[in-house]
Every structure is written in structure tokens, then in C-alpha cells.
Design a binder for this molecule. Sequence first.
Ligand SMILES: *[C@@H]1O[C@H](CO)[C@@H](O)[C@H](O)[C@H]1NC(C)=O
Ligand SMILES: *[C@@H]1O[C@H](CO)[C@@H](O)[C@H](O)[C@H]1NC(C)=O
Ligand SMILES: *[C@@H]1O[C@H](CO)[C@@H](O)[C@H](O)[C@H]1NC(C)=O
Ligand SMILES: *[C@@H]1O[C@H](CO)[C@@H](O)[C@H](O)[C@H]1NC(C)=O
Ligand SMILES: *[C@@H]1O[C@H](CO)[C@@H](O)[C@H](O)[C@H]1NC(C)=O
Ligand SMILES: *[C@@H]1O[C@H](CO)[C@@H](O)[C@H](O)[C@H]1NC(C)=O
Length: 300
Amino acid sequence: MKMFHMFVLFCLCWWRLIGVFGESVSVMKSDSVTLHTDVTKIREDDDILWKFGAETSQIAEISKAARIFTTYDGPDGRFRDRLKLDNQTGSLTIMNITTQHAGEYEVQRSGVKWSSKIFSVSVYTRLPVPDITMNCSSSSSSSSSSSSQQNCSLLCSVVNVGHVTLSWYKGNSLLSSISVSDLSISLSLPLEVEYQDKNSYSCVLNNPIRNQTTHLNITQHCQSCKDPPVSVSLILIYAAAAAGCVLIVVSVVTCCICKKFRKKVQTPEEDGADSALCKPKTQKKKSKTDAVYENVPKKR
Ligand SMILES: *[C@@H]1O[C@H](CO)[C@@H](O)[C@H](O)[C@H]1NC(C)=O
Ligand SMILES: *[C@@H]1O[C@H](CO)[C@@H](O)[C@H](O)[C@H]1NC(C)=O
Ligand SMILES: *[C@@H]1O[C@H](CO)[C@@H](O)[C@H](O)[C@H]1NC(C)=O
Ligand SMILES: *[C@@H]1O[C@H](CO)[C@@H](O)[C@H](O)[C@H]1NC(C)=O
Ligand SMILES: *[C@@H]1O[C@H](CO)[C@@H](O)[C@H](O)[C@H]1NC(C)=O
Ligand SMILES: *[C@@H]1O[C@H](CO)[C@@H](O)[C@H](O)[C@H]1NC(C)=O
């Protein structure tokens, strides 16, 4: 029994291994892709079976002998109206592909000989155009720096991308690049150029199929940062500090007034415990004098 389990496990591992070495196919979303069998013409005794995914759902079948030539919608209907079978070769075309159709496809051919082929299909979504902006938090963008006169600090950014590489090129040579394999993240890549630089720079976003390029135009992209965040944050810090001071002064004054006012109505022992708290409701021990004090403002 144990031996049998190990055998099954071995077979499964081997199967996965074949899968890994299967043909990789990359497709842009909403394009069509054809997965080719190695058959040039289906023979009379051939049976061809197409399967998809880890559940190996049957999605197409050809059996000349049984006069079967059909495609299926798949268990959740995701292949409805998207599959086309070639009656000569048994090749399968997936039309208007979406990310739902990414994964492993397997074609099994049985007849005189049994064979199998696995396709690993990756579906890539449309690439956004990279956006070039000045990095206003960089030191060379702040006016006080000596390098600001000659250098411009830039960022090339894209949002909501996955399985892409973002790169800076100077002419045709790669300067820097960054890659992601995750889905839906934002990327940015810095570049520092001199204002006088006459080279052509471009920021390129690419996946294994396509690319999107934005060319750097120094006069257009290297305009000075309108509101350098350095000064903005300084102003904010000063404003916060000023507000804090005002608050402290106000509370000190209020407390002093409270204290003075309360001293008239409270006994010295209670005063020591409650002087820091000016709100009347925090005074739990309500003496008759307190009640009188509380009513004073309401009567005004
Ligand atoms: C294959 O399909 C085409 C149309 O798609 C049809 O004209 C042709 O007769 C078919 N051939 C066979 C052998 O079924
Ligand atoms: C492609 O599929 C999407 C849904 O996945 C659908 O909205 C769209 O109309 C389809 N396009 C074509 C040309 O069939
Ligand atoms: C902008 O420049 C600063 C200073 O060089 C750097 O620390 C920061 O990471 C840059 N911003 C981005 C988004 O790369
Ligand atoms: C200006 O940028 C160039 C690269 O374009 C760099 O070699 C140089 O060190 C930078 N100068 C300063 C002062 O940061
Ligand atoms: C971008 O794609 C075009 C074809 O669409 C190709 O000629 C060019 O070399 C690609 N550029 C990069 C940097 O991959
Ligand atoms: C760069 O930008 C400036 C101003 O936006 C424009 O006048 C100029 O034609 C642009 N140059 C190129 C090569 O696109």
C-alpha cells in the first residue's frame, strides 16, 4: 500500500515536472491564441482530448471513430463561445482571452500511440504609458542645493502593473531597471540628468510581449517643482508648533482661571486633587458648594 502511494506520488511529481517543461505561451488580454498539436492531419483512429487547469477539466474532444468533434464550456462556463478546434490538426484556439484562461492546458492524443503535450499560458493585461515627473523630494530639486542649477531629478512611474519591467534607457543602452512579479502594484524608477544633457532618454515599461515608452523631454519634464515639499513641510511644522504653543497657553490660562475661580468655592483638600481638571463633570464628589458652582455659568 505504502509502495503504491509512493508510486502515485512519483508519477504526480513527474507529471508536474513535465508541466514545468511544457511550452510557454504568452498572450495579451483579449487577443486570440492557438495551441498547436504536433499532428499535421488527424488519423481515423486518433482520439484527441484537451484539458484545462489543475482539475483537468475537459474542454475539447475529437474522436474520428466515434464522430465526436466538440468543445465544452468548462465547469464554470468560462470557455463558452471562446474555443475553436481545427478539424485537420486538432489544434485549439482560445479567442478573446482573459486572465481567467491563464494556466495549464494539456492535449492528450491516443490511438496507435499515446502522447501528451502541456502548454503553460500566461495572459498579460494592457500596459499603461509610463509617467515621467520630477522627484520634488530629491535634494537636487531644492533650490538651496548647489547641484540644483545643473541637475534634474526625475521619476518614471506606473501604477497597477504586474509581471513587468520598468527601465531607463540612454539612447539604446540600459541605465537601470526594476522588475515585479506581483500583480497590481505601483513602481517608480529614479533618474538624474543634467539640464544641458543632449542625449535622448526614455523610460520603457515592458512585459514579455509588449512595451510602452515615454521619451524624456528635459524642457518639458524638468520644470521646477512648484511647491517644494521641503518648504511645505517646514511651514507645516512651524504651523503645528505655533498651534501647539497657543493650545498650551490657552489651557494654562484656562486652568489658572478655573483654579482661581474654584478656590473660592472649594475646600483646600479637594482643590489639590482636581486643580488640573477644569471640567466640572470630572468632579465625582459633589458637595453642596460644587453644585452651586456648577449652576453659576448656566444662570448667566
Ligand atoms: C473542416 O472544417 C471546414 C470548415 O471549418 C470544412 O469546410 C471542412 O469540410 C472540414 N473538414 C473535415 C474533414 O471535416
Ligand atoms: C471579450 O470578452 C469580454 C468579457 O470577458 C467581453 O466583454 C467582450 O465583449 C468580448 N469581446 C469580444 C470581441 O468578443
Ligand atoms: C526622491 O529623491 C529622494 C532623494 O534623492 C529619494 O530619497 C527618494 O527615494 C526619491 N523618491 C522616489 C520615489 O524614488
Ligand atoms: C548630476 O547628474 C550626473 C548624472 O547625470 C551625475 O554624474 C552628477 O554627479 C550629478 N551632480 C550632482 C552634483 O549631483
Ligand atoms: C518595444 O517594442 C518594439 C516593437 O513593438 C521593439 O521594436 C522595441 O525594440 C521594444 N523596445 C524595448 C526597449 O524593448
Ligand atoms: C519638449 O517640450 C517642449 C515644451 O513642452 C516643446 O516645445 C518641444 O517641442 C518638446 N521637444 C520634443 C523633442 O518633443
